[in-house]
Design a protein around this ligand. Structure first.
Ligand code: FES
Length: 135
């Protein structure tokens, strides 16, 4: 059965959820980064990926102190293989953008190993961070 987007849940690709809230992508807060270029590049790479991954933006995800935040959501196959949404902090610049594109193109969580340099930027999801702070 099809969804409203026409993509069956069984076929959902890896998705880069790019935060563009109050802090992420804000040139007033992070003038050293070209945020528009980053989003344009991610969208262009997704469009040329043959459906391997998609990109969407979202309002503030919570951990503004670690902006720019990107969440790499697994594809349906990745989720079935144990992949979970992976939060990336300080996701700015050429190298990080290259890593995001590489991982998403290769299949993302549950399908492909992330680049080691990207792993260094993994951050806990906000709920997990709050639980850790209570311990
Ligand atoms: S604006 Fe991105 S986490 Fe708040």
């Amino acid at each position: 059965m099809g969804s409203r987007t026409g993509i069956r849940a069984a076929d959902r690709p890896c998705t880069l959820v790019v935060c563009r809230g109050c802090c992420c992508g804000n040139p007033g807060k992070y003038p050293q980064a070209d945020h528009a270029w980053q989003l344009d590049r991610l969208r262009a790479e997704a469009a040329g990926s043959g459906g391997r991954f998609t990109v969407r933006t979202t309002d503030c995800l919570g951990p503004c102190g670690q902006a720019n935040v990107v969440v790499v959501q697994p594809s349906t196959a990745g989720r079935l293989a144990g992949g979970r949404a992976t939060w990336i902090g300080f996701a700015m610049g050429d190298d990080c953008t290259d890593d995001l594109v590489r991982w998403a193109t290769e299949g993302g969580p549950g399908v492909a190993q992330p680049p080691v340099t990207l792993e260094l930027q993994f951050i806990p999801p906000p709920r997990e961070a709050r639980a850790r702070a209570r311990r």
